[in-house]
Design a protein around this ligand. Sequence first.
Ligand SMILES: *Cc1c(COP(=O)(O)O)cnc(C)c1O
Length: 471
Amino acid sequence: MTIDRKTGDPRFQKGDLELFNQAKSYSCEYMDKAYDRRVYPTDEAIAQLKIFEEPMPAGMGDDQEILQMLHKYGSPATVTQTGGRYYGFVNGSYYPAAMAAKWLADVWDQNPALFVISPIVSKLEEICEKWIVELLGLPDNTVVGLVGGTSTATLCGLAAGRLALFKRLNWDVNQKGLIGAPGIRIVAGQQAHATVFKALALLGFGKDNIELVTVDDQGRMDVSQLPDLDDNTLLILQAGNVNSGAFDPLQTICEKANKAGAWIHIDGAFGLWAAASAKYQYLTAGIEMADSWSVDGHKTLNTPYDCGVILCKHRDILVESMQAAGSYIQYGEQRDSMLYTPEMSRRSRAVELWATLKYLGKSGVENMVNGLCSNAQNLAARLKEAGFNILNDVVFNQILVSCDTPEMTEATLAYIQSSGDCWCGGSVWNDQPVIRISVCSWKTSQSDIERTVSCFVEAHNQAQTSISQSR
Ligand SMILES: *Cc1c(COP(=O)(O)O)cnc(C)c1O
């Protein structure tokens, strides 16, 4: 900002316009190259990051230089997950409509904690809540909180469940905490996501207290191994196994759990969006019977980072578990978003979420989900033809691949990761190393799939050569 010499007021002036235009032009250049640039940065680009290791500047800097440094050294050291050939973790891309909206919202710099702090963002959260609840087919009274990701969303859902279960035992956990509390039960699948165990630990439940349910060969809870449930149980189900993409038998288990009066939380970080597709909603049948759900915008829905969503059927319970009071925090008639989240101040995630949903509409979301899944099936079929083993039933967007020996799998993955052509992560499945593919970007095209298959074949050849040479 430039200071007005006469009044001393900061003003938006010509220098600022140049700065922001520069940021825009760097950004557009980056987006334009996203299709062609390396998926994983070169070692040189990463080594160059050393430039950022400097003592805290003694005095003020130059804004143009700061931006230039970021683009010159930062952009080349990014992972291009916004193109069509990034298959690591479960990372989506974004739509231009949402990124443009995010740019504007960044400039607004709103804090959606309370309606009085940001009427517009509160309104957009209210709209997102309605739309998502409808899209996923959840009960009308379901409320939404926007958080950083499913890790936090799950923490919220389990905190709500914890509060509700202790209430039934006449124990006010907000007031009394866990010391001396009566026991409640926690039941989860053996392959529940790492963040479920993290959330449970944060909530004061150690791993030793979790009743783990055996899973089948796809990582789904084995219903025959489900212990008897009661109204003292926090049950955590999974819509989308992070390796195989498999869904727990939700309908069957939710029916049992509902009868027993357990609190059901569903971790549906990427899989819950199956509910928005006529073709795939058989996977999420029964989810409406749960009490709380966690899902990400930044995975399957392809919103920009970060965007996690906690959904809870019991507004009062969620609000009570996220309680915050202070003389200066005055709740009003309109939506006060901090009621639904652990955070008070935070960024305006609703803007991009709303823009993505408004841009795609119901049919757009459905087509995108279907597209990710059909790309995954297609890619799996092509890799199989090329001689790779496909280890899971590709029911959604995840593929687990191996070569003929663990050594070959690891060496092939290493070549893939350094190729720059595409990027996949590694994992372990049935005690064996695997190449893990998550088709999660709407940008993945037919030609991206061709190029990915070629990359796998080439990596396999290179791995074979280097292994035979080392013998
Ligand atoms: C990604 C993922 C999480 C964690 O979500 P974040 O948004 O990274 O916090 C939890 N559960 C499952 C099944 C996931 O795929």
